[in-house]
Write a protein that binds this ligand. Structure first.
Ligand code: ATP
Ligand code: MG
Length: 877
């Protein structure tokens, strides 16, 4: 049975049991401070379990893209090394939201595995929660009895809290679970050892495939458990593992999910899979990681230097490094797998195929830049080796290995490998302790404590009225305290609110809650899943009072100008640049709008002014807002509405139109009632933020007006500086020309002076042991000039050793030059020498054996450099 068919059968099976199929939510999570990536099928249903939202269907089935590379679930280090943990994998699930419970969940799981997929019953083991004294929990006898009706007791295992009690995080919904494991060993091995003893023991052929979670508790922050009002079923089955069990393979990578990819990598590297454990691991890492990277980029997360973007960058680098070290890939190669990936997932996850060229470009650029980093790291490592050879050291310090890792992206195993090749070793303990230090630092920076919700009023759903009103009467439904680096604050949920919560790039509203007794400032409004959370720095004295909640209308108005202008900009870009323009990020606040989009070239001045002019024309046309709420998603798409990849849309959406032939977008943001109020639109910058992604920053209304005025003012001031010439441009051009001529003149004076200096140095040569020694302090305008002087000396004097010290722009600089023949004959090394001398100026440096330079902090040490050089090289005064 092929993988595709296996996936379809899963969905069909649960559809036949009255489940609704729901597409996967994006792999990149928005609006959830506790999670960066989707790590389980249940993430998109979290609000149902928490009771924040009513489920639309009571029974659901899906295949969710998951990524387990950070936070509570992090399998990264296993991936490739073993054959059944992936970074990105599909989790098949069936769900009951307050509908069926353990009996149906267990019986259907068994029916599907043994009757539809025909897995041999005697190779399946199941585990049941065995109770936990600490949590005061009984064993799950209910699940046991249901299972025991189907499988003999000899294949039922009672498991600990670690394996059989599922928790979403430190707090939140949880409950006992029951796992299904499959024993894929050969008959012969099964005779020798009972599979029962290998379950949950990290045996590569006895693996968990399905976890049935019975959600019945909520864990609150003091650690105790409360019964949930309605009980749920949440199951998760690793698709790739299921396919392996059904196709009866000993590795996930041997199934048709991965084998075409393995084949492609093997062909490209000219090596065979299955011959050598090291190259096999490298191939597995690559074919696993390319999926994770591509899917996250498709869902809108670009590799970058922080948070989710950094996680992706690290995964990509891990793949590049394995390819580089073990498969000999010195050039970008990952991106070449994109066509195969797009084709493989075309039907179930079309987002990759739809953006194939863009994703490939992003990956290729990342690969290129990391390969350059690797090169630089290798050079740095070479230098370290030289230094160690000079000082006779054999162990690379942990600190240095960590610096290589941290600034050059050089992983420890690579450093160790190269060290070993050179007869050195690495202080791995020292490395680990540096790593720990860094982790502690970043943990302290990110720490946030979140208290439990305290209920004040009835929780009957929250009404958002901010599209129509900026003020309303509100009551607090619940609140909780949070502590982070911004200090102590509270989060409030109101029964009804005009406050817009940050999303779709638009910032959250600020404003006030007023009662007769007091006024409390609302600092920010954010979404947490679908909850609207207001941030305040103190609680009202009377929590259950009726407040009048008021949005800061001035700020909101400016944000609305910018948000509508963003839509106009988006449409104008499509007109000017083409339909390939895809939104890749946006920020809208009261000051500015920022729009990131896919496009491969820098915008020309002409394109920019075309875009500006289209937007300004649309502003002057004063087009009225057409806002449609609750449009069925299919109908919205029919209207040509632009939907974004990586955005989670419900079945009903809001459509914002400004001229149906121009701008139609799915959007939850707030907009002006007609475009005229925006007044003026001005682009203030255009640039690249990463491969294939451009960023435009623009301003509107008052800000645009001030900007234009400032530019006029600037021209006026320049005119005055130039004493009001008739033609400003011409007179600046004349100034520049004059400056260039003066520069040339100065340069030739410097050259003459340097010539004289060189002659003087040559006259002062001292001969020591057959070498021509030049040790002197010289006056030089730049480091380049110093280098030039040194090289000229080398060309003119044989067997020369020159140590030149200079003050350059207020800083000490030393250059050391050694004739090439002396390097080998006398084993002299300019790099070693310069580092020794640099100590006198509190500095450091390096270079090649025949030429090296150093800079420092201590100018007054220059004379000592000369003294030391003389004594080291044996010159007499
Ligand atoms: P394991 O102990 O094997 O790491 P788990 O206990 O972390 O699994 P769950 O969190 O229960 O797994 O996830 C449900 C199912 O998802 C598992 O039964 C397994 O089939 C699959 N799964 C979990 N982690 C991975 C992974 N990293 N790669 C592929 N499949 C996975
Ligand atoms: Mg796991």
């Amino acid at each position: 049975m092929k993988a595709k068919e296996i996936r379809n059968l899963f969905i069909e099976f649960f559809e036949s049991k009255k489940h609704q199929y729901i597409p996967s939510s994006p792999i990149v999570v928005k609006n959830d401070p506790t999670l960066m990536f989707t790590n389980a099928g249940m993430n998109q249903f979290k609000d149902y379990f928490l009771g924040n939202e009513d489920p639309k269907f009571l029974r659901v089935a899906n295949s969710q893209k998951c990524l387990r590379v950070s936070g509570k679930h992090n399998d990264l280090e296993e991936v490739g090394v073993d054959t059944y943990h992936h970074t990105m994998f599909e989790m098949l699930g069936n769900w009951s939201f307050g509908d069926y419970f353990k009996k149906e969940a267990i019986e259907w799981a068994w029916e599907l595995l043994t009757e539809v997929y025909d897995l041999p019953k005697d190779r399946l083991y199941v585990s049941v929660f065995g109770g936990d004294a600490g949590d005061n929990l009984e064993k799950d006898t209910e699940a046991f009895q249901i299972w025991n009706g189907i499988v003999p007791e000899s294949r039922i295992i009672f498991g600990s809290k670690k394996d059989n009690f599922w928790e979403m995080g430190d707090t939140g919904p949880c409950g006992p679970c029951s796992e299904i494991h499959v024993d894929l060993r050969s008959e012969e091995e099964r005779q020798k050892v009972n599979g029962f003893d290998l379950v949950n023991n990290d045996h590569p052929q006895v693996i968990e495939i399905w976890n049935l979670v019975f959600m019945q508790f909520n864990r609150i922050s003091d650690g105790s458990l409360k019964e949930l009002p309605a009980k749920h079923v949440d199951t998760g089955m690793g698709f790739e593992r299921l396919v392996r069990a059904i196709q009866n393979k000993s590795s996930n990578y041997d199934t048709d999910v991965f084998s075409p990819f393995i084949q492609a990598v093997a062909t490209k590297s000219g090596m065979e899979y299955g011959k050598d454990e090291k190259t096999d691991i490298a191939m597995r890492v690559i074919v696993d990681h390319i999926r994770a990277i591509s899917f996250t980029i498709a869902d809108g997360q670009l590799p970058s230097n922080n948070k989710a973007g950094y996680v992706i960058r690290r995964i990509l680098r891990r793949a590049v490094r394995y390819g580089y070290t073990f498969l000999g890939f010195q050039k970008p190669f990952l991106y070449e797998l994109l066509p195969l990936l797009a084709e493989t997932f075309g039907d179930i996850f079309p987002e990759v195929a739809a953006q194939q060229d863009f994703i490939a470009k992003v990956i290729m650029e990342e690969e290129n830049s990391f390969l350059r980093t690797l090169d630089n790291g290798l050079k740095k490592l070479d230098q370290i080796k030289d230094e160690m050879a000079a000082s006779g050291q054999k162990v690379i310090e942990g600190k240095i290995a960590f610096e290589l890792y941290d600034t050059f992206g050089f992983p420890l195993d690579l450093t160790s490998l190269i060290a070993r090749e050179n007869g050195l070793s690495v202080d791995e303990k020292g490395f680990a302790s540096e790593m720990e230090k860094q982790k502690t630092r970043s943990r302290a920076a990110a720490e946030q404590e979140t208290g439990d919700w305290v209920m004040v009023g009835e929780d009957e759903g929250v009404e958002f009225i901010g599209y129509d009103y900026l003020e309303s009467q509100s009551r607090i439904v619940k609140y909780r305290q949070i502590k982070d680096k911004k200090g102590d604050r509270f989060q409030l949920v109101l029964d009804r609110t005009p406050f817009y919560a940050e999303s779709g790039g638009q910032v959250g509203d600020q404003g006030w809650l007023q009662s007769e007794a007091e006024t409390i400032k609302v600092l920010d409004t954010k979404k947490e899943n679908d909850l609207i959370v207001h941030f305040v720095d103190r609680l009202p004295s009377k929590e259950d009072a009726v407040f009048s909640s008021k949005v800061d209308g001035e700020k909101r108005k400016l944000s609305m100008n910018n948000h509508t202008a963003t839509h106009l900009l988006h449409a104008a870009l499509k007109q000017v640049l083409g339909e390939h323009v895809q939104q890749k990020g946006s920020l809208v606040n009261e000051d500015i709008l920022r729009f990131d989009f896919s496009h491969f070239a820098k915008l020309t001045e002409e394109e920019i002014s075309q875009v500006e002019s289209i937007v300004n024309t649309k502003i002057r046309e004063n087009i009225a807002l057409n806002e449609q709420r609750n449009v069925p998603i299919a109908e919205a798409k029919n209207q040509g509405a632009t939907a974004l990849f990586g955005e989670k849309y419900g079945d009903f959406v809001r459509v914002i139109t400004f001229d149906k032939n121009f701008s139609v977008e799915l959007c939850g943001g707030t907009h002006v009632s007609s475009t005229g109020v925006i007044g003026l639109f001005k682009i203030v910058s255009e640039g690249s933020i990463s491969a294939g992604v451009r960023r435009i920053e623009a301003i509107t209304a008052n800000a645009a007006e001030s900007y234009v005025n400032d530019q006029f003012q600037l021209v006026k001031e320049i005119q005055e500086l130039l004493k009001n010439p008739r033609d400003v441009k011409k007179s600046i051009e004349a100034l520049i020309q004059e400056l260039n001529e003066l520069r040339k003149e100065l340069e030739s004076l410097h050259t003459q002076k340097a010539g004289a200096l060189k002659e003087e140095l040559i006259r002062g040569i001292q001969q020591v042991n057959g070498t021509n020694l030049i040790i002197a302090q010289v006056s030089m305008p730049s480091a380049d000039a110093l280098k030039k002087l040194a090289f000229e000396l080398k060309n003119e004097v044989e067997n020369v050793i020159a140590v030149l010290a200079a003050e350059i722009e207020g800083k000490p600089q030393v250059a050391v030059l050694v004739s090439e023949n002396l390097v080998s004959e006398k084993s002299l090394n300019a790099g070693v020498l310069v580092r020794e001398l640099a100590k006198e100026i509190d500095g450091g440096g390096g270079g090649q054996p025949f030429f090296a330079t150093a800079g420092g902090k201590n100018l007054s040490g220059l004379p000592s450099v000369l003294v030391k050089a003389k004594s080291l090289l044996g010159q007499k005064d």
